[in-house]
Design a protein around this ligand. Structure first.
Ligand SMILES: CCCCCCCCC/C=C/C(=O)SCCNC(=O)CCNC(=O)[C@H](O)C(C)(C)COP(=O)(O)OP(=O)(O)OC[C@H]1O[C@@H](n2cnc3c(N)ncnc32)[C@H](O)[C@@H]1OP(=O)(O)O
Ligand SMILES: NC(=O)C1=CN([C@@H]2O[C@H](COP(=O)(O)OP(=O)(O)OC[C@H]3O[C@@H](n4cnc5c(N)ncnc54)[C@H](OP(=O)(O)O)[C@@H]3O)[C@@H](O)[C@H]2O)C=CC1
Length: 265
């Protein structure tokens, strides 16, 4: 009989941007599956309680919280070092931290553009190079990057975000080829609109005022629905997947579904 291989027990995973939203859900899902998770955000006050919640639950996996701004390469090096000190190795990296503001291209300042490219793309480069070094020197590993449907299709007001998220897809494909010889798989998830505190902040509304999630025509995702895809890609069940971008957007419309999900189109 073929045994299912969807588990992550005993793995050590870094999840960036795990104080809320999709990253928090990924960390809790992997820990529930028995992985040890090193989680970060810019604020220990925000990421610490997530680690405490995991450690106080009956999951097999343990959590380590590290304050780390992923835009700062020296802080990422510290995250990697603390993870290895605590858990001995790094098997999994989930590049989740990211964000944006919505603005027309002509209104984005040089610093505004730089901020979003740093936050989404350059942070992924820092984490992947520094954690990847540990994986290459060890027994390989798995990397999952968070792109977006806005990295796959045009969306007004998202030029900086879309460009950085599209670049993440091509980086994923390139590294999958370059690092196959090191036994490192690199895949990507492209979510459609997911109900998180960050999206509510971006839209300037309260989380409770997000459009309904269960409307079949304008389906908005739950963070757990992205976390489960990440867990699959991390697990040995996805051993023949490398360089892929898995889209998870609820309703298979062409193009960018986010503004449709919001009822704007
Ligand atoms: C159609 C359907 C759509 C639907 C869209 C719905 C969202 C769908 C997709 C969601 C994707 C997500 O990633 S959801 C997660 C998103 N969550 C978040 O992003 C929440 C956290 N946000 C943030 O931290 C900030 O917004 C962010 C800019 C990213 C980082 O903040 P920082 O403090 O590092 O940066 P700041 O110092 O504030 O700003 C840096 C520069 O950016 C400029 N800047 C900041 N906000 C700006 C704005 N709204 N418009 C112009 N410019 C702006 C500032 O003026 C600065 O430039 P100068 O003035 O020149 O110095
Ligand atoms: N929600 C959605 O609809 C979609 C989201 N995505 C992508 O999924 C990922 C998660 O999104 P979502 O959960 O909505 O985001 P949220 O804004 O809700 O959460 C972002 C997380 O990242 C952390 N973070 C932000 N900046 C930094 C930084 N510089 N260094 C370290 N941590 C940081 C935040 O923690 P803190 O503030 O404590 O630092 C927080 O934990 C992002 O990459 C996003 O682009 C893609 C498509 C759709």
């Amino acid at each position: 009989m073929h045994e299912p291989k969807f588990g992550v027990a005993g793995e050590t995973a870094i999840v960036t941007g795990a104080s809320q939203g999709i990253g928090e859900s990924i960390a809790k899902t992997l820990a529930a599956g028995g992985a040890n998770v090193a989680i970060c955000s810019r604020s220990m006050d925000r990421v610490g309680p997530v680690a405490e919640e995991i450690n106080e639950s009956d999951t097999d996996g343990e959590a380590l919280a590290v304050e780390c701004n992923v835009r700062e390469r020296d802080q990422v090096q510290n995250l990697v070092d603390e993870t290895v000190d605590e858990f001995g190795d790094i098997d999994v990296l989930v590049n989740n931290a990211g964000g944006e503001f919505v603005a027309p291209f002509e209104e984005i300042s040089e610093n505004g553009w730089q901020t979003i490219v740093d936050l989404n793309l350059n942070s992924t480069v820092h984490c992947t190079q520094l954690a990847g070094e540990v994986m290459r020197e060890g027994s390989g590993g798995v990397i999952v990057n968070l792109s977006s449907v806005n990295g796959q299709h045009a969306a007004p007001g998202e030029s900086h975000y879309g460009a950085s998220k599209a670049a993440i897809i091509r980086l994923t494909e390139t590294l999958a080829v370059e690092w196959a010889e090191h036994d490192i798989r690199v895949n990507c998830v492209a979510p459609g609109l997911v109900q998180t505190p960050g999206v509510a902040e971006t839209l300037g509304i309260d989380s409770e005022d997000m459009p309904p999630r269960e409307n079949a025509e304008r389906r908005i995702g739950h963070p757990e629905e992205i976390a489960d895809v990440v867990q699959f890609l991390v697990s040995p069940a996805a051993s023949f997947m490398n360089g892929e971008t898995v889209t998870a957007k609820g309703v298979p419309r062409a193009g960018n579904s986010m503004s449709q999900d919001l009822g704007l189109e």
